[in-house]
Design a protein around this ligand. Structure first.
Ligand SMILES: [Zn+2]
Length: 425
């Protein structure tokens, strides 16, 4: 079996979430793992939403390789068929190639190779789960709540690390050690409706909301440097020859001087709370002054920024609206001060150019949060054989998603080596 054919097959199974259909991917993996006589099972909490689990080896130590089998929908305008899985010019083409079927293929391939070439002295678990793109409710969250023993391991390797970037002329690879939290307030402005021809008799809730949205846009969040982010920005500053000692006061100067605006954007996002009003509903008819208007705000928070903090901050820049928190996930972090993390770093350095591996924090969220919540440290890897250009970075959840075969091989070789070293073989 070739790793690129494995990925091509996975892409051709259209497990678009919503609605999902990940069970078909799980069945495919089941047939494959059965062929190699690797213990495995398919767990299907609701029809069609199956996750696949397998394990190899037995011993005191354990490691979980986690990836997800659902993909986001495709929009118009791709330059190739999004579910063709075509293998051409050294690339495998299609939705999920980068997020996250490429990792599914690399992990599955690594497990199969280890099954045929090594006798592991510890337990390696492989979980390719459903529903990550909609919060893991039918996947990791469900497994943690209903059969967590199947997933429990000393450490997890999963998605979520930034893809490599060239910083100061050097290729840098990243290990994700944490994710920002999510707070979603619904803001509600109330007014008085009346006929649109005599607006002076009413109180326009949409106009009120306009002031609120303007207030949110002008909000100046406070700088927060977690230890890993400080370490990351310090390294970036050094590589770029901006070698100051990083602190809360000069971090923005360093970020502003970076040539790579994508990197600058990431660093801006992980050094402060972000506030983005993304959905607004108000009014029912053009000749009626609206008496209510609602705005859904996407807020991403760092450690120490809980619901109370967010509401207090919002109240400084907005008034005359009700604030209702509709979703709250705490930020989650895993320690960088342990033997396994150092092993990940050192092993990865052997596989990448320029030997630079840095910690990173995700501005978004992955299923790692469900595992970190039960005390399992998670590390996200985004290692690739090539530097992704901006177009390729934007293809994640965007158009023309593809991955190079060299990157697939690199990931799976790294995963094999890491398992051998940590578990013993
Ligand atoms: Zn993903």
């Amino acid at each position: 079996m070739k790793i690129e054919s494995l990925l091509s097959d996975l892409i051709q199974i259209q497990s678009v979430n919503p609605p999902g259909g990940e069970a078909e991917v799980a069945k495919y993996l089941k047939r494959l793992f059965d062929e190699y006589q690797i213990a495995n099972e398919l767990i299907e909490p609701s029809p069609g939403r199956g996750s696949f689990l397998a394990h190899l080896g037995e011993g005191e130590r354990s490691l979980l390789y986690l990836s997800h089998t659902d993909v986001v929908p495709v929009s118009e305008g791709w330059s190739f068929a999004p579910f063709s899985g075509e293998i051409k010019d050294g690339f495998v083409h299609g939705r999920g190639a980068l997020d996250c079927k490429g990792l599914v293929a690399a992990q599955a391939y690594a497990v199969i190779q280890l099954a045929t070439t090594a006798k592991l002295k510890g337990r390696l678990i492989f979980a390719a789960t459903a529903g990550e793109e909609t919060g893991g409710v039918v996947g990791v969250k469900w497994l943690v709540e209903n059969c967590k023993d199947k997933l429990v391991a000393d450490f997890t390797i999963t998605e979520g690390g930034w893809n490599p970037m060239r910083i100061g002329g050097k290729v840098c690879n990243f290990v994700q050690t944490g994710e920002k939290g999510i707070i979603r307030p619904k803001l509600r402005a109330r007014g008085v409706s009346c006929h649109g021809s005599v607006p002076m008799f009413g109180d326009n809730a949409v106009a009120k909301m306009a002031d609120v949205v303007k207030g949110l846009a002008e909000y100046q969040p406070q700088m927060v440097l977690t230890p890993e982010v400080r370490q990351l920005i310090q390294a970036v500053a050094k590589l770029e020859g901006l070698g100051n000692e990083i602190n809360n006061n000069n971090t923005d100067q360093v970020i502003q001087r970076l040539g790579d605006r994508v990197l600058a954007g990431y660093l801006t996002a992980i050094t402060r709370m972000t506030v983005s009003p993304n959905v607004i509903h108000g009014g029912v008819k053009v000749n009626i002054v609206p008496d209510s208007c609602e705005t859904d705000v996407d807020i991403r928070v760092l450690p120490g920024q809980d619901k109370e903090y967010v509401v207090k901050e919002l109240e400084q820049v907005i008034s005359s609206v009700e604030i209702e928190i509709t979703q709250y996930n705490t930020p989650t972090f895993s320690s960088t001060d342990n033997e396994f993390y150092r092993l990940v770093l050192n092993t990865m350095k052997e596989y990448v150019d320029d030997n630079i591996v840095l910690p990173c924090v995700s501005s978004g969220g992955t299923d790692s949060r469900h595992l970190r919540a039960i005390g399992i440290p998670c590390y996200g890897i985004g290692m690739m054989a090539l530097n992704l250009d901006d177009k390729m970075r934007q293809s994640i959840h965007g158009k023309d998603e593809k991955i190079d075969i060299d990157s697939l091989r690199l990931k799976s070789e790294f995963l094999m080596q890491l398992a051998r070293r940590y578990l013993g073989a």
